[in-house]
Write a protein that binds this ligand. Structure first.
Ligand SMILES: Cc1cc2nc3c(=O)[nH]c(=O)nc-3n(C[C@H](O)[C@H](O)[C@H](O)COP(=O)(O)O)c2cc1C
Length: 196
């Protein structure tokens, strides 16, 4: 890819990396999401990037999970994506907002029924006695929604990371990589080259 310059829209370039990544890596778009407690203790996990537009990066989860609890009390998050095959890394930091119920429903309805059942059955991040407990919950949910559509759970939905800063990293020889840091300002993105 010929994108070694600073450019002026990092989200647009990130979108092109995600698209290129899909061509070379045969799996879904994953990203590492870091959240933190109000007193600044971080935690990180992988989630799937489901939407990337000018507003930010959207993922879906259980709002009562550990990440959901942390985001409720401290909406700041950081995210990283990495593609070995492309020699590219992207980082973003910003505030996370809940996506609307309409948007969550629209995505929910694209999910396979088994995934919908799992979302209802799993009190994500809570302790389980054993696997049988989870399977029993799945059986309960299957009975509850037998023959009908599975509705969006009230505890499940999307979050959008609205980036205030983005960094794009491009592999170069001898560790002399290209790094570009961008900060969102009222008039658009301000970028500068950073030492690798
Ligand atoms: C490739 C991959 C994709 C994942 N995608 C999601 C996702 O989109 N949403 C989600 O809630 N968990 C996803 N997970 C599971 C999370 O990594 C994590 O285990 C879960 O969300 C609970 O995290 P928490 O306890 O910090 O809230 C994914 C895991 C992997 C390995």
């Amino acid at each position: 890819m010929d994108d070694h310059g600073l450019g002026d829209d990092p989200l647009e370039r990130l979108r092109s990396w995600v698209e290129r990544g899909r061509e070379v890596v045969p799996h879904q778009d994953s990203m590492t999401l870091a959240t933190a407690t109000p007193d600044g203790r971080p935690s990180a996990r992988v989630v799937l990037l489901r939407e990337l537009d000018d507003h930010g990066l959207t993922f879906f989860t259980n709002r009562t999970s550990r990440k959901g609890d942390e985001l409720r009390l401290n909406p700041h998050a950081a995210v990283t994506m990495h593609w070995w095959e492309l020699g590219r890394q992207a980082r973003g930091e910003g505030v996370v907002e809940e996506v609307s119920e309409e948007e969550s429903t629209a995505y929910w309805e694209t999910r396979p029924r088994g995934s919908q059942m799992a979302a209802w059955a799993s009190a994500q991040s809570q302790p389980l006695d054993d696997r049988a407990e989870l399977e029993a919950r799945v059986a309960d949910v299957e009975e509850r929604f037998a023959g009908g559509a599975v509705p969006l759970p009230p505890f499940w939905g999307g979050y959008r990371i609205v980036p205030e800063s983005i960094e794009l990293w491009i592999h170069r020889d001898n560790r002399l990589h290209d790094r570009f840091g961008y900060v969102r300002e009222a008039t658009g993105w301000r970028g500068q080259r950073l030492a690798p």
